[in-house]
Design a protein around this ligand. Sequence first.
Ligand code: 4NP
Length: 159
Amino acid sequence: MKKVKVLFVCLGNICRSPTAEGVFRKKVLDAGLQERIEIDSAGTSGWHIGEPPDKRAIAAAKGRGYDLATLRGRQLVGDDFRVFDYILVMDRENLANSKAIAPSEFSGCLSLLLAFSSQSRYSEVPDPYYGGDQGFDTVLDLIEDSCDGLLKDIERNAL
Ligand code: 4NP
């Protein structure tokens, strides 16, 4: 059976997209779909290649039962568009930078993650890197909510 492949993308791949990877991994596991859905994350920049997530992201996620400690940063590459079915970005800058390297034949879903959210106050996941700890909780709130919508969409349209 073909797997559905999901990639989360932010700027550094050390705060938002690894958080999304960890949250979505747990939701997929809880739904018993771990054999059907593959999950990864990447950054549009190459600034943190090989690095673990930001300590604040690891701590905030751990507080809600998600383990990010073993994840490592990597950069988004054009080939990702040949591999992944869903590429979910955190903000419009990520979207523009992803579109810029997407091959024209890409036929999957390249979208803001918050397009799958149940709330309408935020359309982008705010970058928490230069802010305080509260920012990482907001990131988790937005990502948990939108990952529920994303999983429903995949179950309905892609499995
Ligand atoms: P992320 O956050 O895109 O959510 O991983 C950032 C991480 C690092 C930097 C900026 C944003 N940075 O400037 O190094």
